[in-house]
Design a protein around this ligand. Sequence first.
Ligand SMILES: CC(C)(COP(=O)(O)OP(=O)(O)OC[C@H]1O[C@@H](n2cnc3c(N)ncnc32)[C@H](O)[C@@H]1OP(=O)(O)O)[C@@H](O)C(=O)NCCC(=O)NCCS
Length: 172
Amino acid sequence: MGIDALEVASLLSQIEILPMSMVNLPEVMDIERLCFPSPWSKSSFEEVLTREYSHAYVIKGMHQGKYRVIGYICFWMFLDEMHILNLAIHPKFQRQGLGYNLLQYSLNLAEKRGIHWATLEVRKSNYVAISLYKKVGFKPVRIRHNYYLDNREDAVVMEKIIGKKGGDTHGS
Ligand SMILES: CC(C)(COP(=O)(O)OP(=O)(O)OC[C@H]1O[C@@H](n2cnc3c(N)ncnc32)[C@H](O)[C@@H]1OP(=O)(O)O)[C@@H](O)C(=O)NCCC(=O)NCCS
């Protein structure tokens, strides 16, 4: 799944984060299917793109001579809360700091919009994502038992205070 150093250098020099649009959905769906055992349907993404409080961004980069979607994030923001719904980086481009950048970009955006805390659920077994979320200041606050319908896996609920107190948890 790795990519050579030259490709990484070329990719990283041309990275851009843009709002997701309907035209991105075929590429987004390809990544979604590669990354998740129970991928979101196209209509789930369409709903995010049309709902008032939902937001979605893609990270694009040059790959094999073409400017492509290599990852995405979906979240909603309402009043003072942000909830992260989905985040993925194409397996071929993972471990290059792109997930961190996309997440940090979204948290910065939320802070500018006056959001005070962020929440998410993540599969208990997904130590890679849990590690990423901890890196940006999320803390595990509780377990939701049997949360995922496909295999009854528990979810870890994580929270982060956004802004000056970043790193502290909300409640619990
Ligand atoms: C989770 C995911 C988005 C991370 O994206 P990424 O671009 O590979 O991550 P980054 O390179 O930005 O790494 C940031 C941090 O994540 C963690 N991380 C990333 N890959 C990791 C790995 N293979 N093993 C352990 N930790 C890892 C580390 O804490 C890392 O920080 P470090 O480099 O200082 O150690 C990506 O692995 C992915 O798309 N996974 C499949 C979909 C998924 O699980 N999404 C989350 C749903 S809640």
